[in-house]
Design a protein around this ligand. Structure first.
Ligand code: PBG
Length: 326
């Protein structure tokens, strides 16, 4: 007679029989960069998450490295006055985002710095591609993404994160990077990025919501799983180093499917809305936010994610450090 409860009978056997273990090595921390100095503003819909100016983001990275967090994905908060139809500022070497990236890499060469490749933070239309007559142009957008990727690679960053969902962009970006000698700059592709309502708080943070329409002609239909396999096959063949699924919690099946079919690291983006829900319920006293945070991150890893991009990175790292010292 098999009695599964025997393996749950004590803390010792539970620890020994545990299949999945979350560690700080699993996390990438997304950060929001503000122009200027000594500026800090909390994202209203993401309690505990701050947009930070260069001096403060450097301090934050230093603190996180001490906690054992090794990866950072930096997003720029771009003032409306800098936005235009062609996202010109995205590849202007004098723009504050690129200057700060150079500074970060100089100060923390050991940190893995990832950048965002997409037009939306810099686009007056709030879309990830060039808009013409209400349509998002694919191939014309690639040229801008290429210029953006080169400008970012020139700062010394380790990896680009194309989050735009244009067709062919991974292969296109791999090519232009290689042609310019950036053969060591990696690509973490937003492979299965769904047209999700869970991105709401992020768009508040960057003030980057689309000015018209939605992103359904380039981001994926939440109803589809086979389509994620098509995207993954393309990105794999086009040279992506890491395949990402986004969001994470409502898409654990997609994470699992990619993990069992592709032999490169799979990342999952535990997005802004997933963070906001847990924080809000925690603030109301409706659930234990700390435990729900750890349980959610663990389930993303159990589903197959090798890497988790999460706004909880710092808090979870602190939690894990506390656990270890107990
Ligand atoms: C845009 C981008 C988005 C996120 C990362 N890059 C939002 C969007 O596609 O509108 C969302 C991240 C999050 O919600 O935490 N290129």
């Amino acid at each position: 007679m098999r009695r599964p409860r025997r393996n749950r009978a004590s803390a010792a056997i539970r620890d020994l029989a545990q299949e999945t273990t979350l560690t700080t090595n699993d996390f990438i921390f997304p950060l929001f960069l503000l122009e200027g100095t000594n500026k800090k503003s909390e994202v209203e819909s993401m309690p505990g998450i701050f947009r930070l100016s260069e001096d403060l983001i450097l301090k934050e990275i230093e603190d996180c490295l001490k906690l054992g967090i090794k990866g950072f994905d930096v997003f720029p908060v771009v003032d409306e006055k800098y936005k235009d139809k062609m996202a010109t500022k995205s590849h202007d070497p004098n723009f504050f985002y690129l200057k700060t990236l150079t500074k970060i890499k100089k100060e923390f060469p050991e940190a893995l710095i990832i950048t965002d490749v997409a037009m939306d933070p810099y686009s007056s239309d709030g879309h990830d591609g060039i808009v013409e007559d209400g349509k998002i142009l694919n191939d014309e957008t690639l040229d801008i993404l290429g210029q953006m990727a080169i400008a970012q690679a020139e700062t010394g960053i380790d990896m680009i994160g194309p989050s735009d969902m244009m067709d062919f962009r991974v292969g296109y970006l791999r090519n232009v990077l290689d042609e310019q000698g950036f053969t060591n700059t990696g690509i973490m592709s937003y492979t299965a990025k769904y047209a999700s309502a869970f991105y709401g708080p992020f768009r508040d943070a960057l003030d980057s919501a689309p000015k018209f329409g939605d992103k359904k002609t380039y981001q994926m239909n939440p109803a589809n799983s086979d389509e994620a396999m098509v995207e993954a096959e393309l990105d794999f063949n086009e040279g992506a180093d890491i395949l990402m699924v986004k969001p994470a919690l409502a898409y654990l099946d997609i994470i699992q499917r990619l993990k069992s079919n592709f032999n490169i690291p799979i990342a999952a983006y535990n997005v802004s809305g997933e963070y906001a829900m847990i924080k809000a319920a925690g603030q109301k006293g409706w659930l234990d936010a700390d435990r729900v945070m750890m349980e959610s991150l663990l389930s993303i890893k159990r589903a197959g994610a090798d890497i988790i991009l999460t706004y909880f990175a710092k808090e979870a790292a602190e939690h894990l450090a506390r656990q270890q010292s107990e």
